[in-house]
Design a protein around this ligand. Structure first.
Ligand code: ADP
Ligand code: ZN
Length: 738
């Protein structure tokens, strides 16, 4: 072995283990192995794939126990240094298993150790002897001559052969064998100048002002929070920013929420940037994902639109990141590798040294606080582009009013009025199914899930009782243990779901056309698209839907938005419930009045004087956010403080709680000052999918202190006798803490 080599390699093995592993260089190897190369390593009794992350002179493991790498899978790194450093950051910050983060950087095939497929194309160039043949080669056939002539004029590509492809292929192979041509491979980069630049709208004064802000510092890292009301033209600004990046050969990453409804946004990007755009979403198969990964790496793709996981894709010429709807909860992965794609994106921009724009009509309190603290730049667009006005938000006091299928008489009247004017109404209810509670009309038994602490929801169309937490689905006539009557022959229901709302439409509004949009009614491919077409064509009077219609989609004919249940969001226990409620209402409100007629939002409530409604009525999100930030600060809750949640679950009820109690007993004396423990307590829904769950919360004003406490805690877990009997997970910056 070359004496100047470091002696050990640090490897992130692709396994859910919270440490790196040291290995010796492969025997007989004389080459350095760079970070970012995959290797096959002995692991226990078998082998595993992992990624080299560094080299070292020393190892804390005794040399006789160290094993050597079995095989080097990549001769050159497949992950570039900026992504390697991003991964290192994520491992540190989220305290997660290193192998899982490096796996997130790779498409499935590469995780399993397959070779990198190249999307390179083959070219031929003429050699010196080929040139000589052209001058002296009287023995050349006409096809050979033609081929050499074409190759002598720069280079010959397979694509250029056109219809003669089949015949010329053989001639080319022959010329290559004789040494007259040589072949080479390289990726084909599209020409950014093909963008039709006149396809862009001229920005209005408010957009121009925002743009000037965003471009103020053209190079270098900077996080901008673009707070623009729905319809203020944020997307148009993104398009302009991306254009500037692509024009100089750069790449742009646009993160979008996971709602399957961003079709309109994707179309707008494709219309401007054509084949330079690719979309990465959860519906893509492994092959397609691998291809997008590859084409990003070769820079064929200049504009990558993608949900959460797109933040990990290789983009060597990355010059801009945009996170659209930055407050959206889908950016937080809730299982496995629990990360926030928005936060990773900010760190990525910082590492690469490029600007990032976080856009939203209802920014997260986290991002607003970062603006207040001077970490992010705040840019606002207060009014709608294209002249449309924002809808007026009003609260309907429904106390004592007659309500049918969830709709009060004033709301019914408002819907009828719109329909008589040829306008559409959108009725929002974030609850699927017919009714959330079902009772046996004979004995009063309540249908609940056998695996969760939850009620079963009745879905009349499918004649099913379903659990919305674990997916359990039973026939309405099924026999349940504990139900004295055995079978549900007649039932009563409490509460209203979208299915019930839809079925009441012909009764409440004879002659009007209604359509329901939720996950149950839109299951087939293309169905949603068709529904949107019907709506936009004006062939519908009433839209009933869940949050599937709340985000991302514009309905220009909708002038009334009815919020059926304006109470549930305000009565929830989660400290973020109010923030989410206000965001959701403002997002739904943003769907209305995009056309020439201004819109109106009616919120039904039994608590019309709740302070949150005052902010909604004034339509001032910033004012609401400032108030909420003050509350969080007083209560020492995020974003004022930082938190991490340790969850434990087991099949026996007392085990998770006891495990956390054991942990707390050993951890408490070691905890750094300034860290508060919350719990341990059973989860709000203690039993879920047959497992009992308990939580322990760690909070601190200082992120570094919190991180230190987590490190200590993870070390203590191994000393807890019950650790082997539970499954536990750590969620740094948890969004769901109940
Ligand atoms: P946001 O992303 O903030 O919701 P959009 O970019 O989708 O806003 O713009 C809302 C509507 O206004 C769209 O129909 C868009 O085509 C239109 N629009 C945006 N900017 C302009 C502009 N500068 N001139 C004319 N229309 C515009
Ligand atoms: Zn269940």
């Amino acid at each position: 072995m070359n004496g100047s080599f470091p002696r050990f390699l640090k490897v992130a093995v692709f396994a859910p283990l919270r440490s790196f592993f040291d290995y010796l260089y492969p025997t007989h190897s004389t080459d350095a192995i760079a970070p970012g190369c995959r290797v096959m390593v002995p692991f226990g009794r078998s082998t595993r794939i992992g990624m080299v992350v560094g080299a070292a002179e020393t190892s804390h493991i005794d040399k006789p126990k160290l094993k050597a790498i079995c095989e080097v899978l990549d001769l050159t790194p497949i992950i570039d240094p900026s992504l390697l450093s991003l991964a290192a950051w994520a491992i540190d910050y989220y305290h997660c298993p290193p192998g899982e983060v490096y796996e997130a950087l790779l498409p499935g095939e590469l995780r399993r150790g397959n070779a990198l497929r190249t999307s390179e194309k083959e070219f031929w160039k003429i050699t010196e002897s080929g040139k000589k043949m052209l001058v002296t080669g009287h023995k050349l056939g006409p096809r050979q001559r033609e081929t050499l002539l074409r190759a002598s004029d720069g280079e010959l590509s397979r694509d250029a052969l056109g219809s003669e492809r089949v015949t010329l292929n053989r001639v080319i192979a022959d010329c290559t064998r004789r040494g007259w041509l040589y072949s080479m491979r390289r990726a084909v980069l599209p020409d950014p100048l093909v963008i039709p630049y006149d396809n862009f709208l001229a920005l209005n004064p408010a957009q121009t002002a925002a743009m000037t802000h965003l471009q103020g510092i053209k190079t270098g890292y900077r996080t901008h929070l673009l707070h623009g009301v729905t319809g203020s033209g944020k997307t148009e600004i993104y398009l302009h920013l991306v254009r500037d990046v692509v024009a100089v050969g750069g790449q742009a990453l646009i993160l979008i929420p996971e709602i399957g409804l961003t079709e309109q946004l994707v179309k707008r990007f494709e219309a401007r940037f054509g084949t330079l755009v690719a979309v990465l979403h959860s519906g893509l198969g492994e092959r397609a994902r691998a291809e997008v990964w590859q084409r990003c790496k070769t820079q064929e793709i200049r504009v990558l639109l993608g949900t959460r996981s797109a933040v990990w894709l290789p983009l060597p010429e990355l010059r801009l990141i945009v996170v659209d709807e930055e407050h959206d909860q889908s950016y937080k992965q809730q299982e496995g590798l629990r990360y926030s794609a928005r936060d990773i994106a900010v760190v990525r921009a910082h590492r690469v040294g490029i600007p990032i724009v976080l856009g939203s009509a209802t920014p997260s309190l986290e991002s607003l606080l970062n603006c207040d603290r001077g970490k992010y730049q705040y840019v606002a667009i207060p009014s709608r582009a294209a002249g449309a006005t924002l809808p007026r938000i009003q609260v309907l006091d429904i106390r004592g009013l007659h309500v049918e299928a969830g709709l009060s008489e004033p709301l019914q009247a408002a819907i009828k009025l719109r329909a008589s004017r040829g306008e559409q109404s959108l009725i929002f209810l974030n609850r699927r199914g017919f009714a959330p509670v079902v009772l046996c009309h004979r004995c009063g038994w309540i249908a609940s899930c056998p695996r969760c602490d939850a009620r079963l929801v009745i879905h009349k169309e499918e004649q099913q009782l379903r659990c919305h937490h674990c997916g359990t689905a039973r026939n309405l006539k099924a026999r349940f243990a504990g139900h004295p009557c055995g079978e549900l022959t007649t039932f009563a229901s409490v509460g209203v779901g979208t299915e019930q709302l839809e079925s009441a439409m012909p009764i409440l509004f004879p002659g009007l056309r209604a359509i329901r949009i939720d996950r149950d009614s839109m299951t087939r491919k293309g169905e949603l698209e068709r529904a949107f077409e019907t709506i936009n064509a004006g062939d519908v009077d009433i839209l009933v839907g869940t949050q599937m219609i709340a985000k991302g989609h514009d309905f220009s004919r909708v002038t009334l938005v009815g919020i059926v249940d304006g109470d549930s969001g305000l009565l929830a226990t989660d400290f973020r419930a109010e923030e989410r409620f206000v965001q959701l209402i403002m997002q739904v409100a943003g769907r209305a009045g995009r056309g020439i007629n201004s819109g109106e939002v009616l919120i039904q409530s039994h608590h019309p004087h709740h302070p949150a409604f005052e902010y909604l009525k004034r339509g001032d999100y910033r004012e609401f956010a400032d108030h909420a930030l003050r509350e969080r600060s007083a209560a020492e809750l995020p974003p004022e403080t930082t938190l991490a949640l340790l969850r434990a679950e087991a099949t026996e009820r007392p085990i998770p709680l006891r495990f956390l109690q054991q942990l707390v007993a050993t951890l408490k004396p070691l905890l750094p000052a300034g860290v508060t423990l919350g719990g341990p307590i059973p989860a709000l829904m203690e039993r879920r999918i047959g497992k009992f769950r308990a939580n322990l919360l760690l909070t601190s004003h200082d992120r570094a202190t919190l991180s230190e406490a987590i490190t200590l805690m993870l070390r203590q877990i191994d000393h807890c006798p019950l650790a082997r009997k539970v499954r536990w997970s750590l969620d740094v910056d948890a969004q769901e803490i109940a």
